[in-house]
Design a protein around this ligand. Structure first.
Ligand code: GLN
Ligand code: ZN
Length: 748
């Protein structure tokens, strides 16, 4: 009979218990003992859920106080010098200082860098290596968790990130692979310790096997796995996920490992070749339940497809979710507000465990056929392409820039912000009261107008050139639009960890998307009525709405994206008609949807860029389109960014020095001289830090920027929205920014 297991389970807790405990601990409201107890509760519930669903193995090692990659950095002693002090007294606080720069004990220090985990919206803490990096093993935490689970009667399978993926994720050295010989002994010792702790199986995650790897990294797999296998007393399950194995498929099954996990949701076409390559002594773990989405699995399909395989492999067939369930919400049973018809179509992590069990039973000889789930007709991506072709503004950028200059008469180095202003406690409170129907929609509305008026008043005083309304009406930049568009389901408790204690609640694309009513026009119009200066309209772009939602599995992403783009185009045109002449369409998640394999890039960019352009393809030349993105590596998507052809792009760059700007300033693009052809606002200070930037510092930075960007093209702005900051810092920082722009303006 096929066996069942998972690669990992969410650790936030069904009611976000861990988040609450972490934050209470950081604020000093509970002590470490209480935090440890909360973590232990979450773990035991997670294990219990796996056991209750009849899983053969219980996965341990997927828990983290902040991030699983950081767990490994601590485990291998990858602790940069600045965090080194105080560890002996309080290991957990050292961990939190690494994660967030602060902890109840110890001095504040610059936190580790954070970046996205493959193509997910989960952020991990980047290991910081040095050329002379030494590694040392401290496996106490993991062993304690293994024992904890064993004491609770679980058949434990520890999971660790493999050495090659771990090195790949780090920064600070030219070639992290050079560190492998120093790191490997730690892994060997780790596996020995796990074997002595009686772990029969150990899962080693190497998701980089789904990337286009340099040859030397591919070559490193065989000797590395051999060293691990020789040393390990446990059986090794090598797991890859999120992408296709392609040229690595043969390599993977040749490795001296006892089992291989493949992601059959992302790469169903590789199942047959995997079976063909599987050795007689190996287990094949097939990830059939989607770990990246919330829809019920089409179990009838998998019953049909896996039946012959189950007969052939027997116990050597393992059934699993495609990847760790970290990326899906915890338990559908905690949802109280969903319509029954919606609920029936969904499966969260706990339900996915049950699905594995159902499939396992259905693969037993003589089991009845599972009911076939209803299928919608899949719309074709080709139609999208046809529709996206030839939709663009008639005037080219230089002509548009000319009319826009005449219309707006902005000074050189115009100042602006990215959209949101502080979401104060009062605002949050009022929103909550509105949601709980404690205040009337009219009261809520009035309050939002007051917030907007206040934001405009402050910006006028500060002397900014292009104003924003401040986004007071928005809880979240995607949820707000999801709630207003038809075709989305909103969950009450569908939280997924984004980083640390921060969780997001992505809307679910449930069907065809369309706009019911104007979504932002009244707010922008009101804001504009209060000022003679231009007030930017503010929208979240189609690609970002798509990438931060759970998509349908039977509708191509391109199709949903175009539907969103159509809805947004109506909004753009309504804004324009209402006299809003500068409209910003944010696409911070453009990069997230990029396929992990380069072979998929062209296809993705064709429709993603096309959908963005579609939203503003019909505006007049004199309407200025802005976009905003915030991440630090633009290199791979520079061509796509140029293709968006927004009149102005504001980007995050304050934290990444001038490295990022190089992409925008170097070389010749599309026949234009001097890099990015249109206007650009590289964030001149980091809004993620509570520190107020000094005026002199901003003057200096602006001068630096002018060395790489022509003065006619440079905008001055912070590097992201200001909603997480307080008014005191925002006021001081923006005043310095405006003054700095004035100073430098006088020089050019
Ligand atoms: N306009 C949004 C804001 O200012 C952009 C947020 C983002 O880039 N993530 O909040
Ligand atoms: Zn941003």
């Amino acid at each position: 009979m096929a066996q069942t297991h998972i690669l990992g389970y969410p650790r936030i807790g069904a009611q976000r218990e861990l988040k609450r405990a972490q934050e209470a601990y950081w604020k000093g409201e509970i002590d470490q003992q209480a935090l440890l107890a909360a973590g232990s509760q979450v773990r035991s519930k997670n294990w219990q859920a796996q056991q209750a669903a009849g899983l053969a193995l219980t996965t341990v090692g997927d828990f983290a106080w902040y991030d699983q990659v950081l767990n490994h950095s601590l485990m291998f002693g990858v602790v940069p010098q600045r965090f080194a002090t105080g560890a002996a007294d309080n290991k957990l606080d050292q961990y939190f200082r690494l994660a967030r720069g602060r902890a109840p004990s110890g001095a504040p220090v610059a936190a580790s860098a954070m970046t996205k985990w493959f193509d997910t919206n989960y952020h991990y803490l980047v290991p910081e290596f040095t050329a002379d990096q030494a590694f040392s093993l401290d496996v106490e935490w993991l062993l304690a968790e293994v024992r904890e689970a064993q004491n609770l009667g679980h058949n434990v399978k520890p999971v660790v990130i493999g050495p090659l993926t771990y090195l790949w994720l780090g920064r600070g050295v030219d070639n992290a692979l050079d560190l492998l010989p120093q790191l490997l002994p730690c892994y060997i010792e780790l596996l020995q310790k796990l074997a002595s702790a009686a772990a029969q199986w150990v899962q080693i995650d190497e998701p980089i096997l789904g990337l286009d790897l340099p040859i030397e990294w591919r070559r490193a797999f065989a000797p590395t796995c051999e060293a691990l296998a020789n040393a390990s007393g446990s059986k090794l399950l090598l797991a890859s996920y999120f992408s296709q194995l392609q040229e690595n498929l043969e390599l993977v099954f040749d490795l001296p490992v006892d089992g291989v996990h493949i992601d059959a949701v992302r790469a169903p076409e590789e199942l047959q070749s995997a079976v063909a390559a599987l050795r007689g002594d190996q287990v094949l773990s097939v990830g059939v339940v989607n770990g990246r989405n919330v829809w019920r699995t089409d179990l009838a399909r998998w019953q049909r497809e896996l039946q012959p395989l189950s007969e052939q492999l027997g116990e050597r067939l393992w059934l699993s979710a495609s990847c760790s369930l970290l990326h899906t919400p915890v338990d559908l049973d905690t949802e109280t507000t969903l319509a029954e018809s919606d609920r029936q179509k969904l499966a969260y992590s706990r339900q996915k465990l049950d699905e594995l069990n159902t499939l396992q039973q259905a693969l037993k000889p003589g089991a009845a056929a599972l009911p076939v789930t209803e299928k919608t007709v899949s719309r074709s991506e080709a139609d999208v392409r046809a529709e996206l072709d030839n939709t663009w503004r008639t005037q080219k950028y230089p002509e548009r820039a000319e009319v826009q200059r005449k219309r707006w008469q902005l000074p050189l180095l115009p100042t602006t912000t990215i959209g949101s202003f502080p979401q104060t406690d009062v605002l949050r409170q009022v929103r909550k009261q509105f949601r709980n129907q404690e205040i009337t929609p009219q009261d809520y509305h009035e309050h939002l107008r007051a917030e907007i008026a206040e934001a405009i008043r402050r910006q006028e005083i500060l002397g900014l050139d292009v104003l924003v309304h401040g986004e007071a009406e928005r809880n979240d930049m995607v949820e707000y639009f999801g709630e207003q568009l038809a075709g989305f389901i909103h969950t009450g408790n569908g939280w997924v960890q984004s980083y640390g204690s921060r969780c997001v609640k992505p809307p679910i694309i449930a069907g065809d998307i369309s706009r019911r009513n104007p979504m932002t026009v009244q707010w922008s119009e009101y804001a504009q009525s209060l000022s003679k200066k231009p007030v930017k309209g503010m929208l979240t772009g189609p690609v970002t709405i798509l990438n931060w939602s759970f998509p349908r599995e039977d509708i191509p992403r391109a199709v949903s994206c175009l539907q969103i783009a159509k809805a947004l185009r109506q909004e753009v045109l309504d804004l324009e008609a209402a006299g809003i002449g500068i409209i910003q369409i944010d696409e911070p998640a453009l990069r997230e949807g990029v396929p992990l394999r380069v072979s998929g890039h062209n296809d993705y960019f064709a429709w993603a860029v096309g959908c963005f352009r579609y939203t503003c393809s019909e505006v007049n030349a004199e309407t200025q389109i802005h976009t905003h993105m915030c991440y630090s590596n633009f290199n791979s998507i520079m061509d796509a960014i140029v293709a968006l052809d927004a009149d102005v792009i504001t980007i995050e760059s304050a934290r990444s020095d001038l490295r990022l700007l190089q992409a925008f300033s170097e070389g010749e693009r599309a026949g234009e001289e001097g890099g990015y052809p249109n206007e650009i606002g590289p964030g001149i200070y980091d809004i993620h830090s509570p520190n107020v930037p000094e005026r002199a510092e901003l003057v200096e930075r602006t001068r630096e920027l002018l060395k790489v960007i022509p003065k006619e093209k440079l905008w001055i702005n912070p590097d992201c929205g200001l909603k997480t900051r307080g008014w005191a810092e925002v006021g001081a920082a923006l005043l310095n920014m405006v003054e700095a722009a004035r100073t430098v303006r006088a020089e050019v």
